[in-house]
Design a protein around this ligand. Structure first.
Ligand code: MSP
Length: 528
């Protein structure tokens, strides 16, 4: 049976314009989703928008619009971003859809049937910006002396009738679950943070509000609107048809991966598994919390005016180089800093001088010296076999890295083989063999083009358009021949005609700079 892989991004609040943070979370999922598809799994990749709650209601009022009119417009921005960034999501969920209201109410009823919901009175601090309740001892004093949430957001005192979820009763079961599922939360530092939070004791959670109306009505409780996080988290079930067991739900639940930012780990790793277990459902298999980006060393914020627009970034540097930079620059899980200098550095060093140079040297030598067709290999020496073997084990290594969301490691492994192949070109110096030993030259070039085929196939999840160009140039037709299964199935066939080589990874030249020197015809572009 085909293995399945169900992965999700957080659903984005529609009070904001899409920025690099949103593009980043979805990009990481896109890379993993593409990898899993090429690896033969049945993939469901979900993203969408979080459209209820006080925060959105307020933003709509500030824009002078009715909430529904507002969310319809802003949700479209996120849908457009996904399309413009070429994300391969299989569904885009909106929490204002009928299928979602139905799922939320079904989940509520399942939790209530288990005796984990009771009616009470909520009195305490609430932050609309975080859509979160904060305990007195979690608050900090702001510069103006006012109490604030630990996130810096304003808090207000609220007092209203409310339904509660018996979260306190789940403390031991949650701790046991973390214990028996050591990989449920990654990276480990986040896991430790969550475990110590839960060990510190859990309060029952207010899960309905009566002072606003923009949300999912609590079933059989007029005037009560579901807490927006219970509503939002349920999207992961809605999208697979919950509660309808004739749809994808029984096959795709539990989800394999919820990708989230570090700021929303508590909701996903504490509340969500407790809600699910209370409803008799399994928690997801993995919650991975990635870090946050700063811009040239500064926190990104609307008020500082330094928000990075992903579309401007890709317009300047190109989509694939931006994908590469975001996934390679920072160990996935850590915070990272965006700087133009490091972006340009990656483009010129890793892409142009590294991978680009490898393709250009090899393909132009084949075009000039092997009649523009895949060369015929003679007997392979041990070091030829060693290079082919390095390319051959990449798939397994990258798979292992991606199954624990080590996206930067996967790329480092790929580039490790790029480096190895470039060194092999230097030491074998095929341009010298042209006269002295043309048979050996053909063997060396065959080994190299076969390595390029591997690299091109494996690059697809990370840089789809560039990988497609590489694969076009080594004459691998679109379709099954580009899947991972084809890697081991067979090498390039000698004599296959190849198209005229073209540059894959151009250097980034500052506007107005003279164009890079063109290689002299017949000589390899770079030998060192
Ligand atoms: N609506 C909730 C999620 C509900 S999921 C059931 C929400 N939305 S959000 O739009 O505020 O944030 C979505 C994601 O963007 C989070 O994972 C957050 O970490 C990420 N980012 C927002 N700013 C970011 C950076 N500067 N850097 C990296 N990611 C950041 O929370």
């Amino acid at each position: 049976m085909t293995q399945r892989y169900y992965l999700t991004t957080p659903i984005y609040y529609v009070n904001d314009v899409p920025h690099i943070g949103h593009a980043y979370t979805t990009l990481a999922c896109d890379v993993i989703a593409r990898f899993m598809r090429l690896d033969g799994r049945e993939v469901k990749f979900l993203t969408g928008t979080d459209e209820h709650g006080q925060k959105v209601e307020k933003s709509a009022a500030a824009a002078g619009m009715a909430p529904k009119e507002f969310v319809d417009r802003v949700s479209q921005n996120f849908r457009d971003l996904a399309a413009q960034m070429g994300y391969s999501n299989d569904d885009f969920i909106r929490t204002t859809e009928a299928r979602h209201i139905r799922a939320c109410q079904a989940l509520w009823r399942a939790i209530a049937a288990n005796g984990d919901i009771y009616l009470g009175h909520y009195e305490g601090w609430y932050s609309v910006r975080d859509e979160a309740f904060w305990a007195e001892d979690e608050l900090v004093a702001g510069a103006d002396g006012k109490k604030r949430a630990p996130t810096g957001a304003d808090v207000e005192w609220v007092r209203e009738p409310s339904y509660f979820f018996r979260l306190s009763a789940w403390q031991d079961r949650l701790l046991k679950f973390y214990d028996t599922h050591p990989d449920f939360i990654l990276p480990e530092s986040r896991r430790n943070e969550v475990v110590s939070f839960v060990k510190g004791g859990l309060h029952d959670l207010s899960i309905s509000r009566t002072t606003f109306s923009w949300g999912v009505p609590v079933p059989d409780a007029p005037g009560h609107i579901m807490y927006v996080w219970l509503d939002a988290l349920t999207n992961y079930l809605t999208a697979i048809g919950y509660p309808d067991t004739t749809l994808e739900f029984p096959r795709l639940w539990p989800a394999d991966l919820h990708m989230v930012g570090k700021d929303i780990i508590r909701f996903h790793a504490v509340y969500w598994p407790a809600f699910l277990m209370a409803a008799g459902l399994e928690p997801p298999r993995r919650v991975f919390a990635h870090g946050w980006w700063t811009n040239e060393g500064q926190k990104i914020s609307k008020s500082l005016g330094n928000v990075i627009d992903p579309l401007m970034l890709t317009a300047e540097f190109g989509l694939d180089p931006v994908r590469y930079f975001l996934m390679r620059e920072v160990p996935f899980g850590n915070d990272g800093d965006f700087s133009r200098a490091s972006m340009i550095d990656r483009i010129n060093n890793d892409l142009a001088n590294g991978f680009g140079n490898l393709c250009q040297r090899v393909l132009s030598m084949i075009a000039a010296n092997c009649g523009g067709a895949v060369p015929t290999a003679g007997t392979l020496a041990d070091h030829d076999k060693a290079l082919l073997a390095s390319a051959g084990v990449l798939l397994a290594d990258i798979r292992t890295a991606l199954l624990s969301q080590q996206i930067h490691i996967a790329l480092a492994q790929l580039w490790g083989v790029v480096g190895e192949a470039n060194r092999y070109v230097d030491t074998e110096a095929p341009w010298k063999l042209k006269k002295s030993d043309p048979g050996r030259m053909a063997t060396v070039l065959y080994v190299l083009i076969e390595v390029i085929r591997h690299l091109g196939v494996l690059l697809q999840p990370f840089m789809p358009a560039s990988a497609a160009k590489i694969l076009d140039q080594v004459a691998i037709p679109v379709g099954a021949a580009r899947s991972f299964a084809a890697l081991a199935a067979g090498g390039l066939v000698a004599g296959t005609p190849l198209p005229k080589p073209q540059g894959i990874f151009p250097r980034h030249e500052p506007p107005g700079a003279p164009a890079a020197a063109k290689p002299v015809k017949g000589k390899p572009p770079l030998q060192g």
